[in-house]
Design a protein around this ligand. Structure first.
Ligand code: ATP
Ligand code: MG
Length: 431
């Protein structure tokens, strides 16, 4: 027998009914950010490997060990399945001169790929919803993006998500801090773990982000980037804070928040929950004024965030906020398949009136008994069963049986409708 074929480890099939939760979330996210003037951008899932090496930086977790990179067998191109989409958005913005006439607010959603150890909240194919504002330099847009994310949590009903913010200043300020940091860490070299020693000279800022409990005290005492920021960087941060304060957005300043990608400067932020175990960051982002230049264009200031959709869905589930199963409005019970030519046009009229109808369809054993059809009608979650029996049809009628009330209560009732009355009934149902 042939070997059983399964999905790749860490990459999940999303089946009904869970897929309906995804559709529901996607709709919510889309309509909310559209209300802030963000427009959809769709870029390819495969990009040139050089885009991520140049964009994210050589010594980041992603580029060092998480990318699905391969050589195209046919033409030798070096390609990578996108591990994130900010680099792709910037690549597309440069390629199509999107910011030539001013700023652009964009959003995307879709699968990303990282070769990580699969666990709760961490997969090899996962999905991000992201928002990016290109061509805006001021802290007002940083505030807008953060407020927009808060608005999302509110719209979804989510609670217990905390905001952490920090400022990474500018490259020259980070350089000064970097020197002080390396000096400090070298003075305590015996306390550094293997990972930290490896990063000491390549990416010491990331050491501050360590999760190793044995290093917490060391890291607490390290020189703070905030103390190396100049007046302009501090002013940007203060103005962002003032806007968040004015909006009543609560936050915690986390001086050790540094983010994984090299491209960030000034504002960085994360939304974190304690309810998802160790994979608690549901949304993260910041300003990346240097990325356009890094990828190979003139400088365009920009800022954005990306949300992990699996984690948000998991949190919605934890807080019992997912909608109940999507059900059709009605289920058509058809005892005799010979009547289908009469029945199907009626169903078409119902659907044209906006009533969702699921038609009973014969299994391998034929149409099935009335009893089994009613069982299926009930299992579909539909509120009504439409019974197209031989007697009803002979009189030009259909029976409408109420299977459940919207609140789940009430006794079943049944009425007889003439087929001419069907559109009227459907319109009543939809108002
Ligand atoms: P982490 O520290 O958890 O690895 P990250 O800094 O690598 O996160 P980002 O690149 O900022 O994550 O991605 C933004 C968001 O995408 C994260 O906050 C998280 O919600 C989600 N995310 C990142 N990696 C994964 C993954 N492997 N599986 C599921 N969601 C992920
Ligand atoms: Mg990561």
């Amino acid at each position: 027998m042939a070997e059983k074929l399964c999905a790749v480890k860490g990459m999940n099939d999303i089946l009904p009914p869970a897929s309906s939760h995804w559709e529901w979330l996607e709709d919510k996210l889309r309509s909310l950010v559209q209300g802030y003037g963000y427009r959809n951008l769709r870029t390819p899932i495969v990009e040139p490997t050089a885009l991520f090496i140049r964009g994210l930086g050589e010594v980041t977790d992603i580029v060092e060990k998480e990318m699905y990179s391969f050589e195209d067998r046919l033409n030798g191109e070096h390609l990578t399945l996108r591990p994130e989409n900010t680099a792709g958005v910037v690549r597309a913005a440069i390629e199509h001169s999107l910011t030539y006439d001013g700023g652009k607010r964009l959003y995307y959603m879709g699968p990303m790929f990282r070769h990580e150890r699969p666990q709760r909240g961490r997969y090899r194919q996962f999905h991000q919803f992201g928002a990016e504002a290109l061509g805006y330099a001021g802290p007002d847009i940083d505030a807008e993006l953060i407020i927009m994310a808060c608005d999302l949590w509110r719209t979804l009903g989510l609670t217990g998500i905390e905001l952490e913010i920090n400022s990474l200043g500018q490259a020259t300020e980070r350089q000064q801090h970097r020197k002080a940091l390396i000096d400090y860490l070298e003075g305590h070299i015996d306390l550094l773990d293997e990972d930290a020693r490896r990063r000491l000279h390549s990416n010491p800022l990331r050491i501050l982000d360590t999760k190793n409990p044995a290093m917490q005290e060391l890291v607490e005492g390290a020189p703070r980037l905030m103390d190396h920021l100049g007046a302009e960087s501090l002013a940007h941060f203060e103005r962002l804070r003032a806007l968040l304060d004015a909006h009543g957005v609560g936050y915690r300043i986390n001086p050790r928040l540094v983010r994984g990608m090299d491209y960030y400067n000034l504002s960085v932020f994360e939304f974190v929950t304690r309810q998802l175990g160790s994979q608690g960051t549901v949304c993260a982002g910041g300003r990346y004024d240097g990325l356009f230049a890094q990828i190979g264009a003139k400088t365009v200031p920009a800022v954005g965030w990306a949300m992990g959709m699996e984690r948000v869905l998991e949190l919605l589930n934890e807080q019992s906020l997912l909608p109940r199963q999507l059900a059709p409005d009605a289920y058509a019970v058809v005892p005799d398949a010979a009547h289908l030519p009469k029945v199907m046009p009626v169903l078409r009229i119902l659907r044209q009136c906006g009533v969702g109808v699921q038609m009973h369809a014969a299994g391998a054993e034929g149409q099935g008994s009335m009893k089994s059809q009613f069982k299926k009608a009930d299992a579909s979650g539909a509120r009504y069963a439409l019974i197209f029996g031989a007697d009803e049809l002979a009189q030009g009628r259909v029976s409408v049986k109420t299977l459940r009330q919207p609140d789940g209560s009430g006794t079943p009732m049944q009425i007889l409708l003439s087929l001419e009355e069907v559109p009227e009934w459907a319109n009543r149902l939809k108002t």
